[in-house]
Ligand binder design. Structure first.
Ligand code: NAG
Ligand code: NAG
Ligand code: NAG
Ligand code: NAG
Ligand code: NAG
Length: 374
């Protein structure tokens, strides 16, 4: 009987040691637990598959084959197959707006082409990573809200938002508006599920990352709502404006991009507390609101190529000789200097309009100088 007791004790001890080892391992693991990210939806060519309606039928198993989704996201996908092309187009718009906003910066939102989309840089909890989360989540939110209005999704339609209180009493509320509420809710479920479905140690780096991602995803969704507005239109015989209807209207993607770029510039550094909450890393900073971006780690300088980090470096990047901003040669080239190249460009110039309807132009040859980082 005594030996049985010892045996039980040993088994328990072994289990305990194993659990402790696993836990230690968890905090050291830098790599994500699924391959890639749902950002990968933005690299898929759903347009090409639109002539294959069976893909989106009940029985189809295409959700299992979309790379980058977590198990929870696959479940949402199975319930809402028709949303996936819309999600994809939202992420696409997010990525291209990111590239527009960052075109003159060292990190310019380069897409790597694998299912991580932005490469190993997303493993760093930096401002740039914060921006990618906000802009893609805004993209999906916007895209779904618009798709509802356009009747492209089975589970939603035009907005049913309540009439704004300050709307003129003669005006009619309820043109078919963008369904902001549905877009927000769907994005919250589909995007944030990734950050909730895995238990991680409270106060760990990984938990900090989950909280950071959720905060920035929310900031992206809020940006869509913050920039949307009520729009009205006149009806009546030859613009007599005898009837005015108003509805909820989404902002353009550029407005969201500009807004989030400002939030990026003013992003707040935070840390995760031992109790598992985000706290200011410096108590003198102002508290971020739900619309602000937060990050946990300083950015690398992106100056030199480093494949481990996923940084491309700025050698060969074009810069502006006279600008003192990030696109200027001094900052872009990180003090390494730049090469000057004279190029001749042909332009259309001196265009004349001939009634009706022809435009004639001359071709002018201009030489300009291009500057690229050493
Ligand atoms: C930690 O994890 C790695 C890879 O997941 C594994 O190879 C290694 O054996 C683990 N170490 C311990 C102490 O469990
Ligand atoms: C990630 O990809 C590797 C190699 O392609 C594969 O062996 C592994 O099973 C994948 N992991 C997950 C969680 O999909
Ligand atoms: C962004 O950076 C990459 C890598 O340095 C470069 O190849 C690419 O041309 C840049 N894109 C733009 C739009 O400047
Ligand atoms: C790349 O960055 C990592 C992490 O900062 C660093 O340890 C490594 O030395 C760098 N590699 C090169 C080639 O600079
Ligand atoms: C370079 O920067 C200057 C000053 O910011 C600006 O006026 C000019 O348009 C820029 N040139 C190009 C080619 O972007």
């Amino acid at each position: 009987m005594a030996s049985f007791g010892v045996f039980r004790f040993l088994v328990l001890l072994a289990a305990l040691v194993w659990i402790l080892a696993e836990e230690r391992n968890e905090t050291r693991k830098l790599y994500p637990w699924t391959n890639g990210s749902w950002f990968n939806m933005g690299l898929l060519e759903f347009e090409k598959w639109s002539n294959q309606p069976f893909l989106f039928k009940e029985k189809s198993r295409f959700c299992a084959r979309l790379r980058g989704l977590t198990p929870g996201q696959r479940r949402v996908c199975r319930r809402h197959k028709d949303h996936m092309p819309v999600v994809s187009s939202g992420v696409k718009q997010g990525i291209s707006e990111c590239q527009y906003q960052f075109q003159g910066r060292r990190w310019n939102c380069t897409v790597t082409g694998d299912e991580t989309v932005f490469g190993p840089l997303t493993l760093i909890a930096s401002r740039e990573t914060a921006f990618t989360h906000a802009i893609t989540s805004a993209g999906v939110s916007l895209s779904v809200s618009r798709a509802c209005r356009d009747g492209r999704l089975s589970s939603c339609s035009c907005s049913r938002a309540a009439r704004p209180r300050n709307l003129h009493s003669d005006w009619v509320w309820g043109g078919c508006g963008d369904n902001l509420e549905y877009g927000y809710k769907f994005t919250e479920v589909f995007v944030d599920i990734r950050e909730r479905e895995r238990k991680v140690k409270r106060g760990s780096r990984e938990q900090g990352r989950q909280l950071m991602n959720r905060h920035n995803n929310e900031a992206g969704r809020r940006a869509v709502i913050a920039k949307s507005r009520v729009t009205c239109k006149c009806h009546g015989v030859s613009g007599s404006c005898s009837l005015i209807t108003c509805w909820q209207q989404l902002p353009t993607f550029r407005e969201i991009g500009d807004f989030l770029k400002d939030k990026y510039e003013g992003a707040t550094e935070v840390k995760v507390s031992r109790r598992g909450k985000l706290r200011l890393s410096n108590p003198h900073y102002t508290l971020p609101t739900a619309q602000d971006l937060v990050y946990l780690e300083e950015s690398p300088n992106y100056c030199v190529k480093n494949e481990t980090l996923g940084s491309y470096g700025t050698t060969g990047r074009q810069c502006n000789r006279t600008s003192s901003g990030m696109d200027g040669c001094a900052l872009m080239c990180c003090g390494r200097g730049y090469n000057t190249r004279r190029v001749t460009v042909k332009e259309r110039c001196g265009c004349k309009f001939h009634w009706c309807c022809r435009v004639e132009c001359n071709t002018c040859v201009k030489t300009t100088e291009l500057y690229t980082c050493k």
